[in-house]
Design a protein around this ligand. Structure first.
Ligand SMILES: [Zn+2]
Length: 316
């Protein structure tokens, strides 16, 4: 790595299984350039998870500062941004159930105490950060409104209207991952404490859940355990996948009825399966979208699982 930058920025995407770090550099006023990324495992913390996971994050960044060969030091880090899997209001994390953050937490304050008060720090909900990444890097200028549905292990949804992110008064706008869509008696318990949330029946974990429940098994661990056989023509797997994405289409039809975005993007690990997934979603939307017979424009997101870190850094 030869090119040195004057300013460095770090985007931290905090997930339930891993914490991803994106390192960006900038000279003058040019766009921030992606340099490299690394990740660490997310250790589940039973108690004091806010402080302990933050400490894990600082340790990972400090280690990178020690070993990097791009000239990044504690002094030339100008900004650190976080994407958090939970509601965030005005830079404060409200809670994040997937990483056991139960109370309001001032991640900005903690970061400034560690890296200095001049470091610019922002915190966004992960679904919102990813939506901003896709929007700021690819859609700005072409579209005014969009919705990004990130189907990772969990589900994240980000809404942009008139070119602006919609967070809501308490940060729950777009949190359709906790929309109750499964009304069956054996609906699964969600991390949020409710039963039958969208996230329990779609997205990486949810697709596997639906398959396991339909066929009284526990062989499906991740989405690809269902998607790959379905692709090869396995009827049972395809039926489960269609059932699972049918739940997603309920959320899409609600989004359409509420603000009819110009474009809907599907991101996250599940989106790696491309057109195969899009076609199933479109099929299951038929009969769910009101009056306008024209289906919304639904495409695969471009930034894959890096959308969150791009989004945060673009705002720093
Ligand atoms: Zn929930």
């Amino acid at each position: 790595m030869s090119r040195k930058f004057k300013k460095y920025y770090i985007g931290v995407d905090v997930g339930g299984t891993s914490i991803k770090f994106g390192v960006f550099g900038q000279n003058g006023t040019e766009n921030k350039k992606f340099i490299t990324k690394f990740s660490v495992e997310t250790f589940f913390r039973k108690r004091d998870a806010e402080r302990l996971i933050t400490k894990d994050i600082f340790n990972a960044i400090d280690n990178y500062i020690e070993i990097n060969d791009i000239g990044m030091t504690k002094r030339n880090i100008y900004g650190i941004g976080y994407a958090i899997p939970g509601p965030v209001v005005k830079n404060t994390v409200v809670r994040a159930v997937n990483i056991n953050w139960k109370k309001k937490y001032d991640l900005v304050g903690a970061t400034k105490r560690h890296y200095g008060k001049n470091v610019n720090v922002i915190v966004l909900n992960d679904g919102n950060a990813a939506a901003l990444g896709e929007y700021n890097y690819y859609l700005k200028g072409k579209y005014q409104s969009m919705c990004l549905m990130t189907l990772g292990t969990a589900v994240g949804i980000g809404i942009i209207i008139d070119g602006k992110l919609v967070e809501g008064k308490h940060g729950i706008a777009g949190e359709l991952s906790h929309l109750k869509v499964d009304h069956s008696k054996d609906a699964l318990k969600c991390n949020c404490g409710n039963y039958g949330c969208l996230e329990t029946v779609t997205g990486g974990k949810g697709i596997a859940n639906v398959y396991n429940r339909m066929y009284h098994t526990n062989t499906a661990k991740v989405a690809t355990d269902v998607i790959w056989p379905a692709r090869k023509g396995n009827k049972k797997a395809l039926a489960a996948l269609e059932h699972s994405l049918g739940y997603l289409s309920i959320a899409i039809s609600i989004i359409m009825l509420v603000y009819e975005p110009e474009i809907i993007l599907i991101g996250g690990g599940v989106s790696h399966e491309g057109k195969f997934i899009i076609d199933i979603i479109k099929k299951s939307l038929k009969g769910k979208v009101f009056i306008t017979k024209k289906l919304p424009k639904i495409v695969i997101a471009k930034l894959k699982n890096q959308a969150g870190m791009y989004g945060i850094v673009s705002e720093l």
